[in-house]
Design a protein around this ligand. Sequence first.
Ligand code: SF4
Length: 375
Amino acid sequence: MKTIGLYIHIPFCLKKCNYCDFNSFEAVEFIYDYLLALKKEISSLKGCGYTVKTLYIGGGTPTILNCDQLVSLFKTLYESIDIAHYAEITIEANPGTLTRDKLILLKAMGVNRLSIGLQAYQNRLLKIMGRIHTVEDFEKNFDTARSVGYDNINVDLIFGLPYQKVEDFKHTIRRILSLSPEHISCYALSVEEGTEFYRWQEKGELPLPSEEDERAMYYEAIDAFTRQGYNHYEISNFAVYGRESKHNMVYWTYKDYLGIGAGAHSFLNNERFYNHSSIPVYIKSITKSANAVAHIEPISAEEQQAEYCFLGLRLLEGLDKKHFYQRFGREITQVYGKAIVKLKEQGLLEENRQKLRLTAQGLDFANAVFAEFLP
Ligand code: SF4
């Protein structure tokens, strides 16, 4: 049986955050019809022959669903596809949408990993970001999750926020460490077109920290988390050893995954495809034909090699040269010899007999490194 990662998209949020360019909408009036369509798409997996080794319910805000809706969603999942008994089952949650009852129910449904979006430990920054919750809401939810037995919790943080000082971020780090989550995701803010932040930036009203301060925040995170014993295993991710995100590892190690729901992306048998991202279009397509694929793209061998490299290089342990050979039938040096020599000379890459990986300096210039692998 082939194993895959399965992603389920719940594209609803109570309020759109000011920096968010994800496929998420405040259109909660569509929830009922969307769930009917989503369950129909999930049911179409019956007999597909895949075993799910990681299940990730993301969004949006999946915990916006009420207990009945969550039960019905999980029931459809378990009836439609083989979910391995050892599977990592994650749900994304936002403070303000979690209750004790919901947390207990999710655990009973098999959820064994929670990913909570906090972003910053200052209410004034949360407000600027347009988040619906306060730091106190987060602490309450985190404590409740622990009290009902969740022992694998990720907390999402963002740095480089408008009005954020290095000292603010250090405070965020200290407070997070005092809670000892098993996993911390820590991404630099990226201002994307179509967001409120982008509009503010266009008007000159988005005072971001200097590049120097933003880098200082990143180094602070690496230093503080690793000193506390976390494994800095991916550019932006830290985990207690053994609690690395298995689902995200599917993406970074270029394994197959299937995405269900509006706008969800899949990568199966060297083909990439994705669903319509508009909620009404998705519902209409599924209702009509149980299929909402908007685009299918075969990935050429050249593109696969490039993607394998720049995803694998996101991992601090680096990519496995033997796996590259096993997958593509060519030595990595045959394909990228020149680029590897150049990047090593620049001090951005290093290699040993098994692995090729970013140096500490390479971490800072990761995008420039990845560009060298583009076809
Ligand atoms: S909660 Fe997450 S998905 Fe929803 S609007 Fe905010 S950033 Fe976007």
